[in-house]
Ligand binder design. Structure first.
Ligand code: PEP
Ligand code: MG
Length: 325
């Protein structure tokens, strides 16, 4: 199997009927970078900046952050990288940052909420990103955004740092693009407003699933209870591609759901043309893509999302579909 996947390395990310579906990598540390040439991924769709903070014995200094971001951009070369600002809190704990224990950490003071309340931390990180990307394109996205004003506030911080660096004579990035993760369900009902403001969207299916179904993503007893191929979930995901498509804004999906071929097939059917997965998933998902007729699978899935009778998953039917082609 591994041999087979390696043989696909140089084939373009394109379905049998010629639809481009970019597969990108989820990454977070220097050790992940060799996977770019290894898998020939289209870029880094999600760089989890909190990992550097989680493995360090103390808060990483701006220079250390900048050095990492520069190394990532160097390794990616011409390929795009999307940096996600610190997503700490919840299941992601920094041992040196004393946070009060919370009853519901997943719903607590985390990610962009912490970033906006403690702007010093966020400003430092934005500064490190802007400096590392001097002369190059920089893509930044914000995690756990639950309302439009959070993006506006975060954007203001970025703009302030851009002005500050310019005043100090630093080389600016060639372009700065800002986006948000769609992973809190409230954003599904503000898509039209958020999409006008951002340059791109990125669906975090792990958290979106957790919050949409109210199932703890780390608790196997409940997380296995709902299927990502559940019609309700696919409908939510399809809303994102519909609204982003109408606004002409790119959307990527970067949760675990895209790492499994059958799930990825459903995502192509509902309009996803860019997905970001762990390195080991590139081979199997690419093999599926090369063999897929995107138009045909859309015709199979879409009507099933419109008329269905009771909460169930498309897994069995889609599995039959996949085997019959
Ligand atoms: C997600 O929530 O789907 C996601 C990609 O981010 P993380 O797994 O880091 O929360
Ligand atoms: Mg998440």
């Amino acid at each position: 199997k591994q041999e087979q996947y390696r043989a696909l390395r140089d084939r373009p990310f394109r379905t049998r009927d010629g639809v481009e579906v970019a597969l990108m990598l989820n990454a977070g540390l220097l050790v992940d970078l060799p996977h770019i040439p290894e898998t020939n991924a289209a870029g880094i769709g999600l760089f989890r900046t909190e990992l550097q903070f989680m493995v360090a014995p103390s808060l990483p200094k701006t220079a250390a952050q900048e050095a990492l971001y520069r190394a990532v951009l160097d390794a990616a070369g011409d390929k795009p990288v999307t940096f996600r600002t610190l997503d700490v809190g919840g299941d992601k704990v920094l041992p040196y940052m004393r946070l009060e224990p919370e009853e519901n950490p997943a719903l607590g003071w985390r990610a962009i909420r912490l970033g906006l309340d403690r702007p010093a931390l966020m400003r430092t990180q934005i500064r490190a990103l802007l400096r590392a990307a001097g002369g190059r394109e920089l893509k930044i996205m914000f995690p756990m955004v639950s309302c439009v004003s959070e993006f506006d506030e975060a954007k203001a911080i970025v703009e302030r740092e851009q002005a500050r660096l310019a005043a100090h004579g630093f080389e600016a990035p060639a372009k700065v693009r800002l986006g948000v993760m769609v992973e809190v369900p409230s954003l599904l009902f503000q898509l039209e407003e958020i999409v006008r403001r951002v340059d791109f969207l990125s669906v975090g299916s792990n958290d979106l699933m957790q919050f949409l179904f109210a199932v703890d993503r780390g608790n196997a007893k409940v997380s296995s209870r709902f299927d990502p191929l559940d019609v309700a979930f696919l409908r939510a995901l399809a809303r994102v591609t519909a609204v982003a498509g109408a606004a002409g804004k790119p959307v990527t999906l970067c949760g675990e759901i895209a790492a499994r071929p059958l799930e990825a097939m459903a995502l192509v059917a509902i309009g996803y043309r860019s997905m970001s997965v762990s390195p080991a998933a590139i081979g199997p998902v690419k093999a599926m893509l090369l063999d897929l007729d995107a138009g045909d699978v859309a015709n199979f899935v879409r009507p099933r999302l419109e008329r269905f009778d009771g909460g169930h998953s498309l897994r069995a039917e889609l599995g039959d579909y996949a085997r019959s082609r």
